[in-house]
Design a protein around this ligand. Structure first.
Ligand code: AKB
Length: 329
């Protein structure tokens, strides 16, 4: 049930919400969306470091939390009694390739600590993001199905695939209401991603608005699944508020919106900024991108809980450029 900003939707959420990894690209926007949906004081933002832009998390509680510190997590759960935990803290694909053991530890141990704590404290629901990175070079690249060959070949992808199976296990063994989405690359103007393979699709808008040339780290014809942030927030909140009987997938749902290449996003930007130029200098992230799907079949999410994206490439470009221009000093 949707509520007007500031209203507390107590029929859906009689307690508070804990967002772990609140200072990341998704976390900052999800905290704001949850605080609009419920009441700001009910949404506890937590991260290992304080936010770089504190104003983005102002208006509600913020707590320092290293998700690998179970004692601190237990303390926060006892203090705030959350009914829902959104656990977003992770190393993304490019960073985890450079720091594989820590990537595995944070992504895997972090998830298991949250799932264990949720069961121990009787937290009603857990949300955990998976990714298109669960797929690998043997996966069908176009309209990648929900159930197919996976064989991921990045540390991040292996941790996400194992995490999906753990989510399903905790649901089956402990009855934990854990839900998950396989996000494509996420694009938003409010915050920057860090350490992902799809980051170019955010950086390129910033360079275009600044009047600079953009040097792209992927080849111009590399197609990847992508999504505008308002659609990602809508999908996340719709999934978490769907009646439990509609949630048939307890690993993670394929989620799609659009698929484009660097050449196509450049052309979309050039409709607004004709002189914008992009050069290409592929690096190690090209190999990661080559192992991922080009487009996603998300029919299961559409069927089970009514998923429907609102933004295509040109609509996203118009909105991104508008907001980034407004934000210029
Ligand atoms: C990344 O590029 O690592 C992430 C993802 C697709 O999960 N944006």
């Amino acid at each position: 049930m949707a509520t007007t900003p500031g209203d507390t939707d107590t029929s859906v959420l009689p307690g508070s919400v804990l967002v772990i990894g609140a200072c990341g690209q998704l976390g900052l926007e999800l905290v704001a969306a949850l605080r609009q949906r419920y009441a700001p004081h009910l949404v506890v933002a937590a991260d290992v470091r304080p936010p770089k832009n504190p104003e983005m998390l102002a208006g509600g509680p913020f707590e320092l939390l290293d998700v690998l510190d179970r004692t601190r997590l237990d303390k926060l759960i006892r203090q705030y009694r959350p009914k829902q935990i959104y656990h977003l803290a992770a190393l993304l694909s490019a960073t985890a390739e450079k720091n594989p053991l820590f990537g595995w530890q944070l992504n895997m141990d972090g998830l298991l600590i949250v799932l264990e704590a949720a069961v121990a404290h009787g937290v009603a629901q857990v949300y955990w993001p998976s990714s298109i990175a669960v797929f690998g070079p043997d996966t069908p690249r176009d309209h990648t199905p929900q159930v197919t060959i996976m064989n991921p070949n990045t540390v991040y992808g292996i941790s996400k695939l194992a995490g999906e199976q753990w989510c399903e296990w905790y649901h089956r063994k402990h009855g934990l209401d854990v839900r998950s989405l396989r996000y494509p690359g996420l694009i938003g103007y409010k915050s920057l991603p860090g350490g992902g393979t799809t980051d170019y699709a955010v950086d390129i808008y910033h360079k275009a608005v600044a009047g600079s040339t953009y040097e792209c780290f992927l080849e111009e014809d590399t197609y990847l699944p992508m999504m505008y942030m308002p659609d990602a927030l809508k999908a996340t909140l719709d999934l978490m508020h769907a009646p439990a009987e509609q949630i048939k997938v307890r690993t993670s749902y394929n989620l799609g919106a659009m698929s484009f290449s660097p050449a196509e996003i450049t052309a979309s930007i050039q409709k607004h900024i004709p002189g914008f130029e992009v050069t290409y200098k592929p690096d190690g992230r090209q190999q990661i991108a080559n192992s991922w799907p080009a487009s996603i079949d998300d029919s299961k999410a559409r069927q089970d809980w009514g998923w429907q994206p609102d933004f295509d490439l040109d609509k996203m470009t118009a909105d991104m450029l508008l907001h980034l221009k407004e934000m210029q000093p």
